[in-house]
Design a protein around this ligand. Structure first.
Ligand code: AGP
Length: 595
């Protein structure tokens, strides 16, 4: 998984590439590299870690004035994240950056390079070598690229420079996103608009198995058989404040505190002045007539999907299966007669989801995407889309996109039941107020994080029903940014095995926001305390107990919107105290574009 950027124009390419790569770090940040082309040849520079580490290398580099180049920021799939495996990979004239996975890498090596020792452990080096080979005997680079598309299997977005044409960028793509950005006197290439948005707002999409030839003042897109393709431009407006931290120490903190505003924004997009929910009638019609809803998602979006299931079942008695995208793709259960598939993905680029989406499309089933990104594969490919209007989420740990997804599920389920359709806007608006109050108590949460999580290696979140679903998200946050092994458990299940892990002082956060389970929760809490667990109950009941943190939840159904907020702060402050890289946790990437 990587982020790609390319530039050809009348300015120095290096600073533009590095800035673009910095904006793409959400796609990976374990190593980076650029290939810069000038009349004197191509120079590649690589580093471990963030693309910012390229800056000192560029300062002492003679080709800094190059007007053309490509770069990547990488999340290692093949080979450890070191300088040898960092992209670009080169062979002869060609220097290649790659996002994706070449599935037939071994077979290609055996067929075309049986006696060659490869320098890296990557699946990208073979691409550079193939290009060099296919260009033997005066074959043009375009013909070589067509042949390349014919032999490569898997996902790839490629940026290529050719030492013999230092004023041209080549781009090829299959199943990984790649866009061309156009401006006066330059053209760019990028995995995402954010790599190019400081320079242009006009973009062209490259589709699967197409390639592009890009110069400073022109570009052409071709199909894999060399036929030129016409493509309409699209314009993306970017709120630059979305891409900066402002006064916040971290994007995660900023994004946590944006949540009340995001909920209000969602309300203004999906409800009319009387508070009635306004959602595309076709979506409502399809859901109404479906016999089962399948929610497909990964990670935080999966956790939001579980809350969505709760809403569909409680609000409109619809049976729902929530499925992990990566599991569902290759382990499909028997599907009901008239299903609707809802894909939940902040990025809209999660490869596991895309794989399911293309399979269910082949089967002719209806699809709805709930996403944050209009310029994304899932947005484009689904039959219908519902945007979550969260604004760009940059921290790898999802916060505002979780609550936004939950809010959109609440609206969608309510739109299927007239009784709720009139109430939900008011309840969501009260929930936004309660979220704001929760955010204003962050100093308390900082103390809790210190008291409960300092030097801890493991932790538990327990809850019942919808609280259990919120626990799964709360636990994920603590794992991914503070590196504390945390389980989200159904409180009722604990005594069936996992309670064996409770020791003297084990931190246990108990979420209790539902009247129907509150007494049972009290018993479960006592069971944990009896085994030495250090319990903090996060409850919607007022209490002066020192081991209870009261939160306000307007409507019980919407409690995950509020109860997740202290949990997000616990994770944030625990990570801060441990010196973790909060916005860029180890081993992770924001958009998981490989299966
Ligand atoms: C959440 O904090 C994670 N970064 C991760 O679990 C994420 O939610 C998952 O990879 C799915 O991403 P998506 O919503 O962009 O599809």
């Amino acid at each position: 998984m990587c982020g790609i950027v390319g530039y050809v124009g009348d300015k120095e390419a290096a600073p533009i590439l590095v800035a673009g790569l910095c904006n793409l770090q959400y796609r990976g940040y374990d190593s980076a590299g650029v290939a810069l082309c000038s009349a004197d040849g191509v120079r590649t520079l690589k580093c471990v870690g963030s693309p910012e580490n390229l800056i000192p290398k560029l300062a002492s580099c003679a080709v800094c004035s190059a007007l053309c180049g490509v770069g990547t920021t990488r999340w290692a799939t093949h080979g450890k994240p070191d300088v040898v495996n960092a992209h670009p990979h080169s062979c002869g004239r060609f220097h290649v950056v790659h996002n994706g996975i070449i599935e037939n890498e071994k077979a290609l090596k055996e067929e075309y390079f049986p006696n060659t020792e490869f320098l890296s452990q990557t699946d990208t080096e073979v691409i550079a070598r193939l290009l060099q080979k296919f260009c033997e005997n005066n074959t043009s680079i375009c013909e070589a690229i067509q042949r390349l598309v014919g032999v490569l299997r898997g996902s790839y977005a490629l940026g290529i420079v050719d030492g013999e044409r230092p004023d041209v960028l080549y781009a090829v793509k299959n199943k990984s996103p790649l866009l061309i950005g156009c401006g006066e006197g330059f053209n760019m290439l990028g995995s995402d608009t954010v790599a190019m948005i400081s320079h242009t707002d006009k973009f062209y999409e490259i589709c699967d198995r197409e390639y592009a030839v890009i110069t400073a003042d022109d570009f052409k897109i071709y199909s894999s058989n060399g036929k030129e393709v016409r493509r309409e431009a699209f314009v993306v407006a970017c709120d630059i404040s979305d891409c900066t931290k402002g006064d916040y120490a971290h994007f995660m903190l900023k994004e946590i505190e944006e949540q009340p505003r995001v909920i209000r924004q969602i309300l203004s997009c999906y409800c009319d002045e009387t508070g009635k929910v306004n959602i595309d009638n076709e979506i409502i019609g399809k859901l109404t007539h479906s016999d089962r809803i399948y929610i497909i998602a990964s990670g935080t979006s999966y956790n939001a999907g579980l809350v969505g299931k709760y809403y569909f079942e409680k609000i409109c008695s619809k049976p729902v299966d929530v499925c992990m995208a990566g599991e569902f793709a290759y382990n499909m259960p028997p599907i009901s007669q008239s299903p609707v598939f809802i894909f939940v993905s902040q990025s809209g680029e999660t490869a596991d989801c895309i794989s399911v989406l293309s399979k269910i499309k082949e089967l002719g089933f209806a699809s709805v995407a709930i996403t944050n990104c209009e310029v994304s594969t899932i947005f484009r490919e689904a039959d219908h889309t519902l945007l979550i209007h969260a604004g760009r989420e940059i921290a790898v740990a999802s916060t505002k996109s979780y609550t936004a997804q939950v809010a959109v599920f609440a609206l969608l389920a309510s739109a299927l039941n007239e009784k709720y359709s009139k109430l939900i806007a008011k309840d969501l608006s009260l929930a936004a107020d309660a979220m704001e109050k929760a955010c204003s108590r962050k100093e308390e949460y900082r103390e809790v994080a210190h008291e409960y999580l300092l030097n801890q290696q493991s932790c538990f979140y327990i809850g019942r029903g919808i609280d259990y679903y919120a626990c799964l998200e709360a636990a994920l946050k603590l794992k991914e940014i503070a590196y504390i092994h945390t389980g989200g458990y159904a409180a009722s299940e604990l005594k069936h095995g996992s309670i064996a892990l409770i020791e003297q002082g084990t931190p246990v956060f108990a979420l209790s926001t539902q009247k129907i389970t509150s007494l049972h929760m009290l018993s479960n809490i006592e069971e944990v305390k009896a085994r030495g667990g250090k319990v903090l109950c996060i409850s919607s009941c007022q209490s002066d107990d020192e081991d209870c943190l009261s939160i306000e939840c307007a409507a019980e159904l919407l409690s995950p919107l509020v109860s997740v907020i202290p949990a997000q702060y616990f994770a944030y402050y625990a990570a801060l105290e441990r010196g973790c890289d909060i916005d860029r946790p180890r081993n992770l990437a924001k958009a998981v574009t490989v299966e």
